[in-house]
Write a protein that binds this ligand. Structure first.
Ligand SMILES: Nc1nc2c(ncn2[C@@H]2O[C@H](COP(=O)(O)OP(=O)(O)O)[C@@H](O)[C@H]2O)c(=O)[nH]1
Ligand SMILES: [Mg+2]
Length: 383
């Protein structure tokens, strides 16, 4: 049976409650050109579904790459560059080379230096043992710079074909698969749709949404008679808030347009809340300026540290959102506190899933309170 063109799942006509369902009549009418019931519900009714692909299933799926001659595109969300690296990826892709595509640059304000982000990404990739050919910044949504990615893919193939020593080798190099890998919601399907809309006759779009794991299986998209790119489901990153929040909260955290940095003056013994997801206590030092590079919809609230606990208890899921529900609160209930010192200079505090906070200080100490699994780190500034 055919696969759904929206999410890649195998279609079936016998059970409406199982994945891949499509009514027999529709299937008979449209043949291979159908969206499954789940895709239909996501596209037309904004219906939400829980992620279904476990880490194990995910790694098993992508491990086919290591035995192939392939090109791997690792897509990373510019808001979460550390979280964008799939743990142990090098073990699953063999010695295939990697192009890193950094998506969603459209949301970055002008004062952020993309070159600094690129250098950092190259450093992380090196530590992760990835053989990186290029780092390319794009906006899939605005269809910016997607041609650079295509050009790079074709160039790798051309070079490999030129180096081939036999007809067979040449053939393998020419038709090698290109996989678009990345964590959930980095924009893999939006990127492939941008290629379809801009360059291909096949305009039937892959299903995309704010929810995790909209794509269920590999989806092959032909870009010419010899070449295709393959969309893949996303790995869920448990070190980011996305893994613990529901649709309404995710929607709020995903920036829709470019970030307007919000700057607050902070005095010692003040606390600043990022919704109900993170609290930053300023413990020691002279007053500082902190600028938030997060979704414009995320509510930021400053208060005295002695009142912070009380405000949190009375305002969680009300003023301090996200989280919006008690179920989300429950999932996030185990917290950690991480202390940071800045001797002198400008740094960015990266909180996976939220964005970053730009802090300039001299001999200061502050403490961050978040769910215990969330990745929090202080890095040299990108600004
Ligand atoms: N601002 C912005 N949002 C994007 C971009 N690309 C994708 N998105 C959004 O990110 C979310 C996830 O996209 P999707 O393509 O489904 O991600 P996938 O899980 O990696 O396939 C959707 O809400 C997209 O609209 C981009 O270039 N800029
Ligand atoms: Mg997808």
């Amino acid at each position: 049976m055919a696969k759904c063109i929206g999410c890649g799942i195998k279609l079936q006509t016998h059970d409406e409650n199982l994945a891949g369902y499509v009514p027999l009549l529709v299937s008979a009418d449209l043949g291979d050109n159908v969206y499954c019931k789940r895709c239909y519900q996501i596209i037309h009714n904004g219906k939400r579904y829980n992620p279904e692909i476990s880490d194990n299933d995910y790694y098993q799926k992508i491990s086919v790459i290591k035995d192939q001659k392939a090109i791997v595109v690792l897509m990373i969300d510019i808001m979460d560059i550390y979280g964008g690296f799939i743990p142990n990826l090098h073990k699953y892709i063999g010695d295939n080379q990697v192009i890193i595509v950094v998506n969603k640059v459209d949301i970055m304000p002008k004062d952020v230096h993309l070159k600094k982000i690129e250098e950092r990404i190259r450093g992380i990739a090196f530590k992760e043992s990835l053989d990186v050919l290029s780092v390319i910044m794009i906006s899939a949504k605005k269809k910016q710079n997607i041609e650079s990615v295509l050009n790079k893919i074709f160039k790798i193939k051309d070079n490999a074909v030129k180096r081939s020593r036999s007809y067979r080798e040449r053939r393998i190099n020419k038709i090698r698969d290109c996989y678009i890998l990345g964590c959930a919601s980095v924009g893999k399907s939006t990127f492939i749709n941008a290629i379809k809309e801009k360059y291909l006759d096949d305009k039937k779009l892959i299903t995309t949404s704010d929810q995790f794991q909209t794509t269920m299986d590999f989806i092959k998209v032909y870009i010419d008679e010899d070449n295709y790119i393959i969309d893949t489901p996303g790995l869920i990153n448990y070190r980011s808030f996305g893994a613990y929040l529901d649709y309404d909260s995710m929607k709020m955290l995903m920036p829709k347009s470019y970030l307007k940095p919000r700057t607050y003056q902070l005095h010692p013994d003040q606390t600043i809340f990022m919704g109900g997801l993170a609290g930053i206590d300023f413990i020691k030092g002279d007053k500082i300026n902190v600028s938030f590079y997060t979704s414009n919809d995320l509510y930021i609230h400053r208060t005295k540290t002695i009142n912070a606990l009380n405000i949190y208890e009375t305002q969680k899921t009300k003023l301090l959102v996200p989280p919006h529900t008690n179920e989300e609160l429950e999932r996030l209930s185990e917290t950690k506190e991480v202390m940071f010192d800045i001797e002198d200079g400008a740094y960015d505090l990266l909180i996976s899933g939220l964005g970053f906070v730009h802090i300039v200080g001299n001999n200061i100490t502050f403490k961050v309170r978040v769910h215990k699994n969330i990745d929090v780190r202080l890095v040299e500034t990108f600004i």
